[in-house]
Write a protein that binds this ligand. Structure first.
Ligand code: ZN
Length: 119
């Protein structure tokens, strides 16, 4: 399962980040996921819950920023955003483009730590 291994990697990175910052509690993890990366968002959220359950990361929120697909259209000489992954063609002129400029991302955008609470 693709999403499970991603969730495990993300959880591991978040734990490491927390360790490097005095074992602070991770409050949120943000990922940037391109629509072409074939990551199923619901499945990733579920996997993340699964791998963080019972760990200090259990309270961490998973935020997902979906990155749309952008191609370069040589006919329009412009970058175009595609409405879906069905057809990699320029939505303006129909030119088929193989040059994908965005949409394959699978990046860890940020890891937020909860602010220290002093009683
Ligand atoms: Zn075009």
């Amino acid at each position: 399962m693709h999403e499970l291994s991603i969730a495990m990697n993300v959880a591991e990175l978040a734990r490491e980040h927390s360790r490097l910052h005095g074992d602070g509690r991770v409050s949120a993890v943000t990922l940037r996921i391109g629509r072409l990366s074939c990551v199923h968002e619901d499945s990733l959220r579920y996997s993340f819950e699964l791998v963080t359950e019972g760990t200090p990361l259990a309270a961490a929120r998973l935020r997902i920023i979906e990155v749309p697909i952008r191609i370069w259209c040589p006919t329009c000489e412009a970058e175009r955003e595609l409405p879906g992954i069905q057809r990699l063609a320029c939505p303006e002129c129909g030119h088929l483009s193989g040059e994908i400029r965005a949409g394959r991302e699978l990046d860890l955008e940020s890891i937020e730590l909860a602010p220290e609470t002093t009683p």
